[in-house]
Design a protein around this ligand. Structure first.
Ligand SMILES: [Zn+2]
Length: 113
């Protein structure tokens, strides 16, 4: 489950940030998860339960904010929300357009004290 590694990186960053601010506990870790990040929400939640043990985030709750995918077609110079994994432009139907948003997996905010 590669989500454990991803979640450990996120939690390490969260703990580092909290520690820098002089906090002793993390209560909520809020993250932004893009639809095209290729990560399952359920797996992330399970990974969080594993990696938070014996850290200052032991009691923390994970809140996941979903970020919709936005693609860009250079032919039509438009941004659009892809309807499937082909990222096909709705105007000219070119597949595999650039993904401008939706690959996020990052900390949005922390509740600490
Ligand atoms: Zn197009």
């Amino acid at each position: 489950m590669h989500e454990v590694g991803l979640m450990r990186n996120i939690l390490d960053a969260a703990i580092e940030r909290a520690t820098q601010e002089g906090a002793h506990h993390i209560y909520t870790v809020e993250i932004r998860l893009g639809e095209a990040a290729g990560v399952a929400e359920e797996s992330l939640e399970q990974a969080f339960e594993i990696v938070k043990k014996d850290t200052i985030a032991e009691m923390a709750h994970l809140q996941i904010n979903h970020v919709p995918t936005v693609s860009y077609c250079p032919n039509c110079n438009i941004e659009f929300q892809p309807i499937d994994l082909l990222y096909e432009c709705p105007e000219c139907h070119q597949p595999y357009c650039e993904i401008r948003q939706g690959k996020e997996l990052e900390i949005a905010s922390l509740a600490i004290s």
